[in-house]
Design a protein around this ligand. Structure first.
Ligand code: FAD
Ligand code: NAG
Ligand code: NAG
Ligand code: NAG
Length: 573
C-alpha cells in the first residue's frame, strides 16, 4: 500500500461510525499536513492530493485573511466544499505545499428580497438548503442539478445545470446577478482584496463559471422566480425517431429531459411543465436508486453482482437480464417520485419546484455506524463508477444520436453492461451563455454513468462502446466535457472549444487546471494501461491491457476513434 493510501485509510478509521459523507479534507496535525479527495475518495487517476493546510472561514473577513496568508507565503490556493463532489482534480492546489480554504462554514443566507425576487447566499450553502430557504420566502430557483448535496459555489464553478431551453435555460449560472470574490492582491493592498461584481459587469462572465481558478467566491446573488408547481410524467417510446425528437422535445416542455436505454431501444421522454400553484398535489422526488440513503448491505450486494457480471465467464444475456430487472425496478418506483412525499401512486406527479427539482437523501444518512450511506461512500465497498458528461451543440445532436444508434445496431447487447441502467444515456438541455466557460451555443448534455473496477488497469466489459461514443462526441461533434465530471483524456483540447477562452485565460491556476486550460502540459498521461483508466486515448496496445485481451483498435462506426477492444482470440490485427 502506498503511503498516500495508508494515510487515507488510517484517517478514515476514526470516522467509521458515522454515515453522512466523510470530509473531503483530512489532516494529520490539526489543520496541517492534509490530503484532499472527492466524495468518492478517488480522483480520476485514482490518487488523492496533498496540501500543507486547510482553513474553515465562517465570514468573508476570515476568507480575506486566509487568502492573504496564502498569497504572502506564496502558496498555491484552492477551494474545497462540504463534500467536494467533482470528479476531476479541481480542488488540488498541486504539489504538497498548497493551502485549502473550505467553504463548509460559509453556509448562511445573507439576505432575501422577496419583492425583487433576489436572494444572496454564502458560497458554501448546499443546494438543498438554498432551495428550501428560497421556498420559505415564496421563491424558486428554476433550474439546478438533480442532486442537492452540492454547494452553490461549487456547482457554479463547473457550469452545473438542470435541463431547459426555455427562458434563460437550464444552467444555474444564468440566474446569477451578483457575486463577491476574494482574489490575490499585491502586498501594498494586503495580499487579498474583495471584488463585488454586479449584473452587467463583464467580469461576471468570467467568475460565474470559473472552475475555481479566479479566487474564493464568498457570496452569490441569484435572481429567482415566484415559487411554482410542476406536473410531470414520462412518455416511453421506441427509439426509431429519437434523433428527430431530441431536436424538438426541449422546446415543447420547460423541464424536458430524455433517458435513452440503447440496449432496449427505448427512450423515456420527461414531459414536465409548470402548472398553476392551485393544482392539487404535493409530490416529491426522492431519487430511488442512486441518491437516496441506502442500506450498506444492499449497496455491497449490488456491487458484488455488478462485479460478477463483469467477469469474463458472465454472458451478455445475463447482463441484459440484469439491465431489464433494474429498469423494471426503477419504473415500479416511479423513477424515484412520490405523489405525496411518501408513496408513488402514478403519474402525473404534481409538486412544488423545490421538492421536485433535486434530491440527495444520502447526504443526510443518520449516524448509524455506516448501516446506511451514499452508495458511492468510499468507506463501504459499494458503487464505484465513472461519470462522463459532455455536451454537443443542439444543431448536431440528431446526427450524433443517429451515429450512436448505428453503433448500437452492430451489437445492442454490448450496451447492457456498457451503460449504467439506472440512468441510461441521459440527455439534458442547456442554452447558449455569455459565461466565458459556459456553453457558446444551445446544447444537449449527455451523461453516462458506468462501471469502474477498483483495481488499477482492469478493463470493464465492452469498454470500447463508451470510449467510441465519447471520442465521437468530443472530436467529430465538437463535444465539450462537463468541468466537474469525466475522465482526464476528455479535457484534451477542451479549452479551444470555447470562443471566449482567451478572455478567461488571464488567470493562474493549479497544476491540473493549468493542464485543462492549456497553460502548461496536457491533461492526458501516456503510460501503460492509460486508456483503460481514461487517462489517454490509446495509440498502441500497451495503452490498453493486451495481457487481458484488450487491444487498441479503431472504432466500429467512428473509424478515427481509438478504443480498447476485447479480442477474445488474442489475435493482433
Ligand atoms: C451525485 C451527483 C449528481 C450530480 N448531478 C449533476 C447534475 O444534475 N447536473 C450537473 O450539471 N452536475 C451534476 N453533478 C456535478 C456537480 O454539480 C459538480 O461536480 C459540482 O461542481 C459539485 O459541486 P461541489 O459543491 O461538490 O463543489 P466541488 O466539487 O467541491 O468544487 C468544484 C470546483 O469549484 C471550486 N469551488 C467551490 N466553491 C468555490 C468557491 N466558493 N469559490 C471558488 N471556487 C470554488 C472548487 O475549487 C472546484 O474547483 C452531480 C454530481 C454528483 C456527485
Ligand atoms: C452550517 O454549517 C454549520 C457547521 O458545519 C452547521 O452546524 C450548520 O447546521 C449549517 N447550517 C445550515 C443552515 O445548514
Ligand atoms: C416505433 O414506434 C412507432 C410508433 O410510435 C411505430 O410506428 C414503429 O413501428 C415502431 N418501431 C419499431 C421498430 O418498433
Ligand atoms: C467465474 O469466474 C470467477 C473467477 O474469475 C469464479 O470465481 C466464478 O466461480 C466463475 N463463475 C462461474 C459460473 O463459472
Amino acid at each position: 500500500m502506498s503511503f498516500v493510501l495508508a494515510a487515507l485509510f488510517l484517517l478514515l478509521i476514526p470516522m467509521a461510525g458515522s454515515s453522512p459523507p466523510p470530509e473531503p479534507v483530512m489532516c494529520t496535525h490539526g489543520t496541517s499536513g492534509c490530503i484532499i479527495t472527492n466524495s468518492y475518495g478517488s480522483f480520476t487517476d485514482r490518487t488523492v492530493c496533498h496540501a500543507a493546510s486547510v482553513t474553515y472561514p465562517s465570514t468573508e473577513e476570515e476568507v480575506i485573511a486566509a487568502v492573504a496568508a496564502a498569497v504572502a507565503a506564496k502558496q498555491k490556493l484552492k477551494v474545497a466544499t462540504k463534500h467536494s463532489h467533482s470528479i476531476p482534480k479541481l480542488a488540488c492546489p498541486g504539489g504538497h505545499d498548497g493551502a485549502i480554504i473550505s467553504t463548509a462554514r460559509l453556509n448562511r443566507t445573507v439576505r432575501v428580497d422577496a419583492a425583487k425576487r433576489l436572494m444572496t447566499v454564502e458560497s458554501g450553502m448546499l443546494l438543498r438548503d438554498l432551495t428550501e430557504a428560497a421556498a420559505a420566502a415564496g421563491l424558486a430557483l428554476p433550474h439546478s442539478p438533480y442532486f442537492y448535496g452540492v454547494t452553490i459555489g461549487g456547482l457554479l464553478s463547473t457550469g452545473a445545470h438542470g435541463s431547459s431551453l426555455w427562458g434563460k435555460g437550464g444552467a444555474v449560472h444564468e440566474y446569477v446577478v451578483g457575486m463577491r470574490i476574494v482574489t490575490p492582491a499585491p502586498a501594498s493592498k494586503g495580499f487579498a482584496m474583495v471584488r463585488e461584481l454586479c449584473a452587467g459587469d463583464p467580469d461576471l462572465d468570467a467568475v460565474k463559471v470559473s472552475i475555481g481558478v479566479l479566487g474564493v467566491v464568498t457570496q452569490i446573488t441569484l435572481s429567482l422566480q415566484p415559487l411554482f408547481k410542476r406536473s410531470l410524467t414520462f412518455v416511453s417510446r421506441n427509439d426509431s425517431d429519437f434523433p428527430e425528437q431530441v431536436a424538438s422535445w426541449g422546446r415543447l416542455h420547460e423541464f424536458g429531459d430524455i433517458a435513452w436505454l440503447p440496449a432496449l431501444g427505448k427512450v423515456a421522454y420527461r414531459d414536465d411543465d409548470r402548472v398553476d400553484v392551485s393544482t392539487p398535489g404535493n409530490g416529491r422526488l426522492n431519487q430511488v436508486l442512486l441518491f437516496r440513503s441506502t442500506a450498506t448491505r444492499e449497496a455491497i450486494k449490488a456491487r458484488a453482482l455488478e462485479e460478477r457480471l463483469q467477469q469474463a465467464n458472465a454472458t451478455d444475456a445475463a447482463r441484459c437480464e440484469d439491465l431489464r430487472r433494474q429498469v423494471a425496478a426503477v419504473q415500479r418506483l416511479g423513477n424515484g417520485f412520490t405523489n405525496d412525499g411518501v408513496s408513488f401512486t402514478g403519474f402525473p406527479v404534481v409538486g412544488y419546484q423545490h421538492r421536485i427539482q433535486a434530491s440527495g437523501g444520502c447526504i443526510d444518512s443518520p449516524e448509524d455506524g455506516l448501516a446506511t450511506a451514499c452508495v458511492w461512500d468510499p468507506r463501504i465497498r459499494g458503487s464505484f463508477f465513472e461519470n462522463d458528461g459532455f455536451s454537443v451543440p443542439l444543431s448536431k445532436a440528431p446526427a450524433f444520436i443517429a451515429e450512436m444508434q448505428k453503433l448500437r445496431d452492430l451489437n445492442s447487447a454490448a450496451f447492457c453492461a456498457a451503460v449504467d441502467p439506472r440512468l441510461g444515456v441521459f440527455l439534458r438541455y442547456v442554452k447558449a451563455s455569455t459565461a466565458y466557460l459556459g456553453m457558446p451555443e444551445d446544447s444537449v448534455v449527455f451523461d453516462i454513468v458506468y462501471y469502474r473496477s477498483r483495481i488499477d488497469g482492469t478493463p470493464r466489459v465492452h469498454a470500447d462502446v463508451v470510449d467510441e461514443l465519447e471520442q465521437l462526441a468530443l472530436t467529430k461533434y465538437g463535444g465539450r466535457p462537463h468541468w466537474g465530471k469525466n475522465r482526464d483524456f476528455a479535457f484534451d483540447g477542451a479549452i479551444a472549444k470555447y470562443p471566449d477562452a482567451g478572455k478567461f485565460l488571464k488567470v493562474k491556476g493549479s497544476e491540473w487546471t493549468d493542464k485543462v486550460l492549456g497553460i502548461s502540459g496536457s491533461p492526458s498521461s501516456i503510460e501503460k494501461g492509460c486508456a483503460i483508466e481514461g487517462l489517454c486515448v490509446c495509440s498502441e496496445d500497451s495503452h490498453c491491457a493486451p495481457e487481458l485481451g484488450y487491444f487498441c483498435r479503431p472504432g466500429k462506426v467512428y473509424k478515427k476513434a481509438r478504443v480498447c477492444s476485447f479480442q477474445p482470440t488474442g489475435h493482433r490485427a
